[in-house]
Design a binder for this molecule. Structure first.
Ligand SMILES: NC(=O)c1ccc[n+]([C@@H]2O[C@H](COP(=O)([O-])OP(=O)(O)OC[C@H]3O[C@@H](n4cnc5c(N)ncnc54)[C@H](OP(=O)(O)O)[C@@H]3O)[C@@H](O)[C@H]2O)c1
Length: 333
């Protein structure tokens, strides 16, 4: 099968031919129809996680997927050949990812039935951002009427965080800098939009909501670092400053970039979200999509052979939702 993989730490990823994996007992083989590119893939590709995670070369990476079950291993009961599925493959090593024609996954993790009525091209950009956003909203929203700030709102996680918070009845403030990003944020349910590049975020939010917000979802990687663990003190200090400045008494925060540390936050709750694609979280996301409360905003679509160009767009920004990658039969390099 064709796959996009890293052969070692010193070369960029490339399209390679690998044996098609075979599902063992309790596993399913999925033919991948669609996936998406995300910042974590850029980090993986740069060797960012090399000190904490094994890279199994040739390391196929990629996490999002939508596709069709091609084969099932012994004892599989949740899925049958031909089922449309989607999900988010998050292993404890780098390899066996979704930038490939086929991927093997356990039947009880990472995937669920694709939402009814949703094209696989859209389902393929849903789970990674959607489940991360769901966990962030769970961590900060108590109920209808909460005012919630989503920082980094037009990226791959933010576009879902806006929608899920709004679906909970929250009044959403989104950060976005360009006109197109601000229009997108409003179309997804943000009531207010703030240009984070136009001035201090805390001052801008307090001008809008003098008492501060109930919930703060921080989706910004505040500090550049080449390896995991570098410059973390700086990032922690920034997130702590934002939490203190933005939250009202009793407010809660969630960070996806390991931004919250208790020593700096005192009694301010700040959840470090490490999204977990379980059957339960996937089913919750599916229900939101099927209820029409969450859509998958795609702003660019590439074919598998164009994955490198998809990464270039992701790195260049500005982010306007998800970048989809389609693996149609015959479209591979
Ligand atoms: N912990 C987890 O489980 C988990 C899961 C998924 C993602 N993540 C991480 O979460 C982060 C966001 O992911 P993503 O897919 O949403 O990324 P993305 O698509 O690159 O979006 C990033 C967003 O942040 C905005 N932004 C950049 N600098 C900013 C700043 N200084 N202040 C406010 N907004 C700023 C960007 O706007 P412009 O495009 O206009 O610059 C964009 O809207 C990444 O670091 C990713 O690695 C973590």
């Amino acid at each position: 099968m064709k796959a996009f993989a890293l052969s070692d730490f010193d070369a960029p990823p490339s399209v390679v031919d690998l044996p098609r994996p075979v599902p063992a007992a309790g596993q399913v083989l999925v033919r991948v129809h669609a996936t998406s590119v995300n910042p974590v893939d850029l980090l993986i590709s740069s060797g960012f996680f090399r000190t904490v995670q094994e890279y199994r070369f040739p390391a196929v990476f990629g996490r999002d997927l939508a596709g069709v079950v091609e084969q099932v291993g012994a004892g599989v009961t949740r899925f049958a050949v031909g089922d449309a599925v989607y999900g988010f493959v998050k292993r404890d090593y780098i390899g066996d990812g979704t930038f490939a024609e086929y991927v093997v996954v356990p039947e009880d993790m990472f995937i669920g039935p694709a939402p009814l009525g949703l094209e696989l091209a859209s389902a393929g950009v849903l789970a990674q951002g959607g489940i991360t956003a769901l966990e962030c909203v769970d961590a900060v929203v108590s109920g209808p009427g909460d005012v919630v700030l989503v920082n980094g709102a037009t990226g791959g996680v933010g576009v879902y965080a806006i929608q899920i918070a709004a679906a909970c009845g929250a009044e959403v403030i989104a950060t976005a800098r360009t006109y197109e990003q601000q229009t997108l944020a409003r179309s997804l349910g943000a009531k207010h939009v703030i240009d984070w590049s136009a001035g201090d975020l805390v001052e801008q939010v307090r001008a809008l909501v003098p008492a501060g917000v109930h919930g703060f979802i921080d989706l910004v990687k505040h500090v550049d670092s080449a390896r995991i663990g570098e410059n973390e003190a700086e990032a922690h200090a920034l997130v702590a400053r934002l939490c203190r400045g933005l939250l009202r008494e009793g407010g809660r925060a969630a960070s996806v970039t390991n931004g919250g540390v208790p020593e700096l936050l005192g009694d301010i709750p700040c959840a470090n979200v490490h999204s977990s694609p379980t059957p339960e979280s996937i089913a919750r996301l599916t229900a939101l999509v099927e209820a029409g409360q969450v859509v998958a905003p795609v702003y660019a679509t590439y074919r598998f052979a164009e994955l490198a160009a998809a990464f270039d767009l992701l790195a260049a920004g500005p982010a306007l939702g998800k970048i989809s990658v389609i693996l149609e039969p015959g479209s591979q390099a």
